[in-house]
Design a protein around this ligand. Structure first.
Ligand code: ADP
Ligand code: TRP
Length: 313
């Protein structure tokens, strides 16, 4: 029997190469080895996008992105979180066995507090919905970027707590984090993130790639521009790069131009596939509808088991 995998991304903007190398690429590499579930985390995204038409657009775009990078609906269940109400229902059950101080230890909460931001209840409870996402499918592994590791720990703790109170029900998931690309830096050297405006979008046009790469911050005192090199490493082996960078010491423009070409070579076929997929929205909607049926079947089986354990069924 194959092991089970679940992962997801919020539909909150165009995916960038950080999302791709930190999370999505791992999905492709192991799609055939696992029983895979890939989710569009729209209810998590609702904490950030509170505009109906924008949400609709973003969901469709992310579904297209999933298919364009090579996720295969024949092999994997591709679905929208909001299509499977078991997620929010189980999140509620988990919230009743979870304390506020425990959730207050989450990095995302602490960051918001440190910045004196007013935090929404949905954001505060974010780890509980994510625990439900994972535990409903008996996921063995959850491939994510380094920044999501704590959320997987929350899911494990919550599974353990539920099992302890109500009896063995949930499997403890493991995170899968690619070591070499744990955190992809953005054009300013900080973590690449939609929220920092320092991204290189995954489906960029050539012009966008040029603009983003030319804006990569370089430190004029060193021979090797660190930020350029760190991004370049994703596209070429260190052996190839060591030749290129030693032959072009201090020539930032040449190195950036080489990086532009390497990103373009990599992105072009995916960009073209995405363009083709966009011509048939009906097909995308069908993939999500079929995914919803399959995901509901799995999730509801587990939810019923949990509801029996807590005594409401
Ligand atoms: P963003 O920070 O741009 O909003 P998300 O929080 O939507 O990105 O992340 C989606 C997935 O991509 C997560 O699994 C996350 O860990 C991964 N990821 C995001 N940014 C990076 C990065 N700079 N390097 C590696 N992985 C990343
Ligand atoms: N929190 C994840 C992110 O911001 C998205 C997500 C929601 C997720 N539910 C999940 C990832 C379950 C993996 C498994 O990227």
């Amino acid at each position: 029997m194959k092991k089970t995998l679940l992962s997801g991304v919020k539909p909150t903007g165009r995916p960038h190469i950080g999302n791709y190398f930190g999370a999505m690429k791992q999905w492709l590499d192991i799609q055939s080895q696992y029983d895979c579930n890939f989710m569009i985390a729209d209810y998590h995204g609702l904490n950030f996008i509170q505009n109906g038409s924008e949400m609709k657009d973003q969901i469709l775009n992310l579904a297209i992105d999933y298919l364009a990078i090579g996720l295969d609906p024949e092999k994997s269940v591709i679905f929208k979180q909001s299509d499977v109400s078991a997620h929010t229902e189980l999140a509620w059950i988990f919230e009743t066995i979870t304390t506020m101080p425990y959730l207050m230890r989450a990095h995302a909460f602490k960051d918001a507090e440190a910045k004196n931001k007013e935090i929404g209840v949905g954001t505060f409870n974010y780890p509980m919905l994510m625990a439900a996402d994972i535990l409903l499918y008996d996921a063995d592994i959850v491939p994510v970027g380094q920044d999501q590791k704590q959320h997987i720990e929350y899911a494990r703790d919550t599974a353990q707590k539920f099992n302890h109170i109500f009896g063995e029900t949930f499997k403890l998931p493991e995170p899968l984090i690619m070591k070499d690309v744990a955190t992809v830096p953005g054009t300013d050297g900080q973590k690449m993130s939609k929220s920092y405006g320092n991204t290189i979008p995954l489906f960029s046009s050539k012009e966008e790639i040029v603009k983003a790469v030319m804006s990569i911050v370089t430190d004029s005192t060193s021979e090797v521009p660190k930020n350029v090199y760190e991004i370049h490493k994703l596209f070429k082996s260190e052996a190839e790069l060591s030749k290129l960078y030693s032959e072009n010491k201090g020539k930032y423009k040449v190195l950036k131009e080489a990086l532009i070409e390497d990103i373009e070579t990599f992105v072009k076929p995916m960009r073209e596939r995405r363009h083709e997929l966009m011509q048939d929205v009906g097909k995308i909607e069908k993939v999500l509808a079929e995914g919803a049926i399959r995901a509901n079947k799995k999730a509801n089986t587990k939810l019923i088991e949990a509801k029996k354990k807590i005594g409401v069924l």
